[in-house]
Structures are given as C-alpha cells and as structure tokens.
Design a protein around this ligand. Sequence first.
Ligand code: SF4
Ligand code: SF4
Length: 507
Amino acid sequence: MAANVTAPPFRVIPIIPAILPGAMEGLKPFVASDKIQEALGFPGELVEDWHDRAIAKMGELLTKYRSLKVYLDACVHCGACSDKCHYFLGTRDPKNMPVARQDLMRSVYRRYFTLPGKFFPKLVGARNLTREVLDEWYSYFHQCSECRRCSVFCPYGIDTAEITMAAREILDSVGYGQKYSNEIIGKVHKIGNNLGLPGPALEDTLAGLEEDVKEASGSDVRFPLDVKGAQVLLITPSADFFAEPHIDSLIGYAKVFHAAGISWTLSSMASEAGNFGLFIGNYEQMRKVALRIRQAALELGVKRIVVGECGHAWRVAYSFWNTLTGIGDGASDPFALQLQRQLDHRYRQPSHICELTWDLIERKAITLDPDANDHLVVTFHDSCNVARGSRMGEMPGGQFEIPRAIIRASANHYVEMQDATTREKTFCCGGGGGLLTDDLMDLRVKGALPRMEALKEVVDRDGVNFMATICAICKTQFSKVMPYYGYNMRMVGGVHQLVSNAIRLGD
Ligand code: SF4
Ligand code: SF4
C-alpha cells in the first residue's frame, strides 16, 4: 500500500456527502512521452498551435458524433446526476460531479460553437480555451472512468463517458496524451497484449499451467496456443496469463472446455481482450487493436470467438467488433465477409465465456458440485461496461442474470449487495477507463469507497468473504485497494474461479 494514501471512513448508505472544493485539484496521471505518443501517430508533445488544433478537433468531433453535440446542448442542470459518480462520492470534489465534469467542455463548446457564447460569453457560462482550462481538462477528464452510471440517472440520458472520451481524443490530438493508456496501446500494436508478453513466454506460462492443473486435479486439462482448426478462439485479458486472481478464471475456462469436449485455442498474435482504444476515445486505435483478433481468427480457421472475463473488452466486442472487424454483422470489407463465411452462426458471434458456460450448465453438458465452494459466502459486483454497455443471452438483463446463475450453480451461499449499487446502478470499481495506474492511487482508493461501503454491509450482515466479478480491471483494482479498507485482497475473484472449484472433470 502507498504510505501517503488513506481510505476515507465508511458511511451509511444512502450518502450525499458535503462538498470539498478543490479536493482533487491538480491530481493527474503521468503525461505520455514523445516516444509513446509518436508510436500511435499523435504529436510527441504539446504542439505550439494547440489552441487552434484543439478547437478544430472539437469541431470535427461535433460533426462526427451527433450525440456529443446533443449532450453538450441538452443538459438543463437539474442536478440528478450530481451525487451519482463514485469519484464525487469518494473525493467530495464538486468538479467530480458529472454535470460539472461535462461543463468543463460545455463552457468551451459554448464559447466557440454557439452564437450566445461568441457574443455574450459571461451570460451563458462560456470560457476561452486557455492553457489553464486545458490542464483542468487533463486532470478531471482523467478522474472519470467512463462508467456511465451518471447517464442512468439523467432524464435526458446524457452520457458523460462520451464527453470524457471526446476530451481525451482532443488532448491526444494536440500532443497531451496519458502515459498509462497510450503506452499499453503501443504494446498491443507491437507485441499483441497489454503486458508486452511475447509468444514464447506465453507458451511457457501455459505449459506450466497444464502441469499445475494436472497436479491439482489429476486431469490433463490443456491450454492450447495457436492451434489451427480449433473450434473456439478464446480472447481473454492478458492478466489471465499470470496474475492472481485472474489466472484462476483462466483455469476455470480451460476446465469448462475440457469437461465439455470443446476444442479451443488461444492466439499468440491476439493475446489480449482489452482494448484501451475505447478509453482514449479513438476509433482508429480501437480498430487497429481489434483487427489483430480478426487476423488471428482467419489464420486459425476457428468457428467461434469467445471472450473471457473482461468488462470493457466485452463492451468493445459486443458493441463495436461487428463494424470494426466483421465479427458479427456490419463490416463489408473482403476480410470481414471472409470471416462471416467462416464462423458458425448457430452460435452468437462473439460469445461471452459466461454465455458459453451457462449454456453448457443448462444443457447438463457439464456438472458442477456447489459444495466445493461451501467455505465461501459469495456476492457479485456488476462491472460497469458489462452492466451498462452490453448484453448477454436472449433476454434483456441477461448480462446481470447469467453470471449470477453460474454463481448459484457453483456455490451454495450467495447474497446480493444493496439494489441501489448493483445491476444497471452498479458502482465502478474505481480503476476503470484507463485509470488503473499507480500515479492515480489516491483517486482509485477514494473512488472505490461506494463499492466498499456496499460490500461492508453484506460482510457485516451475512459474512460475505468472496466478491466475484467478470472484469480484469475490477479484479486488479479491488486486489489493490481492498487492503486500504481492511479487507483481504483474496476476497475478490472471477466467476470462473468458482466454476473451477466446482466443476467435475472426467465423469
Ligand atoms: S461516467 Fe462514471 S466516472 Fe464519469 S462522471 Fe459519470 S459516473 Fe463519474
Ligand atoms: S442529470 Fe442530465 S440534465 Fe440533469 S444535470 Fe445531470 S447531465 Fe444535466
């Protein structure tokens, strides 16, 4: 734990905190170096004519994304969103109220793109884009995890996440990018995953896992890599390959494939489900990252593409892969059409690993023994990108019910956290949206407070000792911040970690 970061005290839900102006003033992540910026085709440092370029970029985005213009025009400052952001609830900084965050851009939009703002700026709260304002953008648009919780409560559905993404895209375009996200995107372009883990190292890791699982279970569970002709290509976050508790879910997926007799493979070229292009709001970067997956799928000749436990990756896969890559209907370039012909359309393309596992459970194609998890009292943390940016299965709300159904099939003791903090109203873990970096640890610890408060209730009342989730960022974030709140980092883990404990192999 960082010595200079302390967790705020617990409160009783519902909470409307007193404001603390300036509480997070100046907090910002490290700025990307010229090398990192230029690798993505962005200017290496803040360009001399940044003002004009930023306004021009803003104009371009307002034309390209009509939603952005609508969001900037439509807000009536009703305040319904103001106490809904976990970063406001945790930091009490009024600039972390969603409406105030939007106003950082809205004020500039009014000044340059509306008549009243051009002629009577003071009357309509319009501001020039000064260097001070640009720095304020860099700071507060990196205190938003793009979780979309505020949009659930807005009567107009204004999505602050889209405004944050636009701000970050403008910042990148003038050479003022964020180190953490941009460095990671560069690694994916070069090596294939966020960690920069090369193919041979991945092969070694998977071979080691096969030995470990054989020793623990007695079964020859395989972790295949680059197998041509496999039925399923699994695209999973690279954290699954080495970090706790992520790796336990990877073992769970492998056991599911093994028990159901499904041939599957991982890919050394596309060894990353995460797509940080979403976080920086850049469609081209998002497409470039996603195209590695299409190339791997075509080369391996797979029939089905399945995504592992990663929240924003599933949002990108569910909402964007169709037009980005042709996985799902949408794109019409020759490679997309080739992939469409190759994939087996009796299955949803792409599928989430939870959809695959739940289907097998329902068809009794795999057997689970929930008694194996009797040492656990489990609750479930809905991850924001799954909850508010995707679906699963045939039914509305499948993204909420399917993971819960798998947990209930895998464990006998399950309890829910407060309704106001779950499903579509779930709180972000505090580390999403490109903020999972140690230079933002103070923000991450405070942003986790609303989830920790909801967790505390079920720990105290029901003895919960395990919080399952289906997101790699949530797992990493909670493992890191839970000790600040007095909880063991091992209290968090994946849904397929529970499946791994419960699944019966070989019978
Ligand atoms: S999108 Fe999430 S993090 Fe951003 S302002 Fe809204 S609630 Fe806060
Ligand atoms: S809830 Fe919507 S309309 Fe109301 S202040 Fe927030 S963004 Fe504006």
